[in-house]
Design a binder for this molecule. Structure first.
Ligand code: SAH
Length: 266
């Protein structure tokens, strides 16, 4: 598979509203692997459009818009980042469907609608609204690097941590053309965050733990926002934490389904 990259230049726009769309369905960014693999094997009707064509990405952005995503810069990021280049060639025909897909090592690339939802929540944080972009971002769970590439379009810089060595290598390859000062990939335990580059105006996690690791809260800037799944009893909920001058405000949103946040490096 060839992975051609460009600078993905996009215009950033300020977010006009803090309103969030209430959701009732369970979002499942990481489906069970066997389900994703089964679907990946199903024949896909030819679209008549090459995956390199911007038309397929335009359709994905249009679907996200129809689903309630309003941030122009975010829609533009989905438009310019080639999702098919982050997954196995055998699965590429499904790259622009709203589905998670296996990326190896028991992990999956997240579903675009969930990625969009989480990044849009991040963009509505106080610091991000003041900056007109995400500022310095900490991402936990790089996976194949797709969300990282989207974040890089909307941020001053991104620090992204992955615990599985071969996925870290894959992401490094996928993101090779992004400048090192914009994207810093780390093979490490994301539960510890990355203190040397803290504080972060935006923190986003793609794996769920029983609690929010204290390091994430400590490394969040005042005015910054954290968006992550968290285990609440037997359910996973999307949680938004805002750090203010005198403490943290935590709001639970819809139910989600993510892979577990694990400790130890592989
Ligand atoms: N951001 C990815 C999603 C990858 S799935 C995307 O664009 O689709 C979540 C990832 O979190 C997996 O690759 C998994 O290995 C990783 N992960 C789980 N626990 C982790 C930890 N403690 N530190 C870093 N990464 C972790």
């Amino acid at each position: 598979m060839t992975t051609r990259r460009r600078g993905f230049p996009i215009a950033l726009e300020r977010v006009a509203s803090q309103a969030t769309t209430p959701r009732t369905t369970v979002l499942r960014p990481q489906r069970p692997l066997d389900e994703a693999v089964r679907d990946a094997r199903a024949p896909v009707p030819p679209t008549g459009t090459g995956l390199d064509s911007t038309a397929v990405r335009e359709r994905m952005a249009a679907r996200l818009r129809a689903d309630g995503v309003t941030h122009a810069g975010l829609l533009q990021a989905f438009h310019v980042v080639p999702r098919h280049a982050f997954i196995d060639t055998a699965l590429a025909a499904q790259a622009y469907e709203d589905t998670s897909l296996p990326i190896g090592h028991g992990q999956t690339i997240s579903k675009p609608s969930v990625v969009a939802r989480m990044i849009e929540l991040l963009l509505q944080g106080e610091a991000a609204r003041n900056l007109g972009q995400l500022g310095r971002v900490l991402e936990i769970g790089t996976g194949c690097g797709y969300q990282c590439a989207l974040l890089a379009q909307l941020a001053r810089s991104v620090v992204s941590i992955e615990r599985i060595g071969p996925l870290f290598d894959k992401a490094r390859e996928h993101l090779a053309s992004l400048r090192f000062d914009r994207v810093r990939l780390i093979h490490g335990d994301g539960a510890l965050g990355h203190a040397p580059l803290a504080p972060y105006q935006s923190i986003i996690a793609a794996a769920v733990g029983d609690t929010l690791p204290p390091a994430w809260l400590e490394q969040l800037d005042v005015g910054g926002r954290l968006v992550a799944p968290v285990q609440v009893d037997r359910r996973q909920m999307l949680v938004v934490v805002d750090r203010g001058p005198s403490g943290y405000k935590r709001v639970h949103h819809e139910e989600v389904r993510f892979v577990p946040l694990k400790s130890g490096l592989v």
